[in-house]
Design a protein around this ligand. Structure first.
Ligand SMILES: [Fe+2]
Ligand SMILES: [Fe+2]
Length: 196
């Protein structure tokens, strides 16, 4: 049960990380070539980076992993408070990134540079956040949580139900992720490299 729950959490981190890596690749290519990227693809990626964590990943962490760990031990209180604050901070940073994308798309001078710099801060922040969860919270959880706790976490991450709409979200996000991979140019994605 414990391994299943941890694998599900790490798999979601890998999806987020893959989209961040693909975003960076697309922007780097645009900077190098001086040509506009497929803005539709960048919008899809930002949509994923907003909706998937906001509606699925972060609420599941807050409601299961973090809540249960705080019930069992005080050892993780400080780091969990930090991570919860980062969930809000990530949302605010994503708004800034979305504005930077519009600025670039509108053809403003320095649009690509501004977006690339904002993306650099955002991705570093995100990778650090996920690393803290994997290197600090999960090991503490492995010490403190019971089998029943892990079952609850597993069920939470496996169900992917939207708490507001009561509907399953897994299929929607899996389809979106596949679209992103299909549209992203090789070698990271499956799409054709953009012709010049
Ligand atoms: Fe998180
Ligand atoms: Fe996470």
């Amino acid at each position: 049960m414990r391994h299943e729950a941890i694998s599900l959490i790490k798999a979601e981190h890998r999806s987020l990380s893959a989209v961040l890596g693909a975003l960076i690749q697309v922007v780097r290519k645009a900077e190098e070539s001086g040509k506009d990227p497929e803005f539709k693809l960048l919008h899809a990626m930002l949509y994923y980076m907003r909706e998937f964590p906001e509606r699925r990943h972060h609420p599941s962490e807050d409601a299961s992993l973090f809540a249960l760990l705080m019930q069992r031990s005080n050892a993780a209180d400080e780091i969990i408070r930090e991570l919860e604050a980062e969930h809000d901070q990530g949302e605010a940073m994503l708004n800034t990134l979305t504005v930077a994308l519009s600025t670039w798309e509108a053809g403003r001078p320095q649009g690509v540079t501004g977006f690339a710099e904002t993306l650099k801060s955002f991705s570093e922040f995100y990778w650090q956040h996920m690393d803290k969860e994997e290197s600090k919270v999960l090991p503490l959880a492995e010490q403190e949580l019971t089998d029943e706790d892990w079952r609850e976490i597993r069920d939470m991450f496996a169900a992917h139900a939207d708490p507001l709409l009561g509907k399953r979200l897994g299929d929607e996000f899996d389809a979106l992720f596949s679209d992103i991979v299909r549209m992203t140019p090789a070698p990271i994605g499956l799409g054709e490299p953009k012709k010049s």
